[in-house]
Ligand binder design. Structure first.
Ligand code: ATP
Ligand code: MG
Length: 301
C-alpha cells in the first residue's frame, strides 16, 4: 500500500481537486484507492457527495478517539474508490492532540494497521492548507508527496519550507516522505504569467515537475459542486484527460501497467516487501534509504 500526501500549505491551489480526480484516475486503472480527507473544511468529502453531517465516523474519531481507521471508511460511488471523510470537528483535533505523546505519528500508525489488511493499493491524503499538526500527520504517514502548484505570483513561495519539513521528517523517520512530484494546476496556458511560472518551476525542480499539467477547466469546478469526480461528470472534458494523463505518468513512475489490477497489486506488494527488507535499523543509516521517486535536482530552496 502506497501512501501519498497531496500537500501545499498555500490555499486554493488544487489539492482537493487533485486528490479526488487523481484517485479516480488510479481507480479507473484498476487500483484499489482510499481517499483520506485530512482537512476540517471537508471539501474532499463534499466533492464525493458524502453527507458530512450524517453522523458516520470520520478521520476525527480515528485520530482523537483511536477508532480503527477501517471503521471510518465510507464507500463512494465510483468502483474501487473509498473515502475516510472529514468533519468540521477535525478543526479542534490539533488542540486536543497538542499534549499527546507521538502526536505526529497517529495517522502513520493507523495506516500501518490498515496496510496489514491489504484492502488498498494507494491511499491519497488531502492535506489542509497549513503546516500544522494535521498536515504533519499526513506527511509523516506518507511514502511520497505530490505538491500541486498554481501558476500565479508567489507560486514557489513556501515550497522550500515544505521541502525542508519533508527533509527533516526523512531524517527522523524510517521511511519517506519523498517528493513524488510537483503538478502545475489550474494552468491558463495562454497567459504569459502561467508560462513564466512553469518555466521557473521546471528550472528550479527539473524532472520533479510532472510533464502533465492540469489546465484550467470549468468542468473540474462543476464536477466538485455536483459531488462527482470529473470522470463521472464529464469523461470527455479536458480536466478528465489531464487527470488521466497524470495518473498514467505516475503509474509509469511506479511501474504499474495500464488496467492491470493483478499486476498492480503484485507491484504494490513487491514494493512493500522490498521496503520492509531494506529498512535499516538505525535512524542515521535511514537517511536517504529510499531513492528519489524519479531523477531531478534536489529541492533545496
Ligand atoms: N484545473 C482547474 N480548473 C478550474 N477550476 C479548478 C481547477 N482546479 C481546482 N479548481 C477550483 O479551484 C478551487 C480551489 O481548488 P481546490 O479546492 O482543489 O484547492 P485546494 O488547494 O484544495 O484548496 P484549500 O487550500 O482551500 O484546501 C475549487 O473551487 C476548485 O473547483
Ligand atoms: Mg482542499
Amino acid at each position: 500500500m502506497r501512501v501519498v500526501a497531496v500537500m501545499n500549505q498555500k490555499g486554493g491551489v488544487g489539492k482537493t481537486t487533485t486528490t479526488c480526480n487523481l484517485g479516480a484516475a488510479f481507480a479507473r486503472r484498476g487500483l484499489r484507492v482510499l481517499l483520506l480527507d485530512l482537512d476540517p473544511q471537508a471539501h474532499l468529502s463534499l466533492h464525493l457527495n458524502h453527507d458530512v453531517n450524517g453522523g458516520t465516523p470520520s478521520i476525527y474519531e480515528a485520530l482523537v478517539e483511536s477508532l480503527p481507521i477501517e471503521q471510518a471508511i465510507a464507500p463512494c460511488s465510483p468502483e474501487r474508490l473509498s473515502l475516510v471523510p472529514a468533519h468540521i470537528d477535525l478543526a479542534s483535533a490539533e488542540l486536543e492532540l497538542a499534549g499527546e505523546i507521538g502526536r505526529e505519528t497517529i495517522l502513520r500508525n493507523a495506516l500501518a494497521d490498515l496496510a496489514a489488511h491489504d484492502r488498498f493499493d494507494v491511499v491519497l491524503i488531502d492535506c489542509p492548507p497549513s503546516l500544522g499538526l494535521l498536515s504533519l500527520n499526513g506527511l509523516t504517514a506518507a511514502d511520497e508527496v505530490v505538491i500541486p502548484l498554481q501558476a500565479e505570483f508567489f507560486a514557489l513561495h513556501g515550497i522550500s519550507r515544505l521541502t525542508d519539513v519533508m527533509e527533516k521528517l526523512r531524517r527522523r523517520l524510517k521511511r519517506g516522505p519523498q517528493l513524488l512530484g510537483i503538478v502545475l494546476c489550474r494552468m491558463q496556458t495562454t497567459t504569459r504569467l502561467a508560462r513564466e511560472v512553469e518555466e521557473e518551476a521546471r528550472r528550479h525542480f527539473g524532472a520533479r515537475v510532472f510533464k502533465t499539467t492540469i489546465r484550467q477547466n470549468v468542468r473540474l469546478a462543476e464536477a466538485s459542486s455536483h459531488g462527482q469526480t470529473v470522470f463521472d461528470y464529464d469523461p470527455a472534458s479536458q480536466g478528465a484527460k489531464d487527470y488521466a494523463a497524470l495518473g498514467d505518468e505516475i503509474a509509469a513512475l511506479w511501474g504499474v501497467a495500464p488496467g492491470e489490477v493483478k499486476a498492480a497489486a503484485a507491484v504494490m506488494a513487491r514494493s512493500a516487501r522490498t521496503k520492509a527488507a531494506q529498512s535499516p535499523p538505525a535512524v542515521a543509516a535511514q537517511e536517504g534509504a529510499r531513492p528519489p521517486a524519479h531523477p531531478g535536482p534536489a529541492a533545496t530552496n
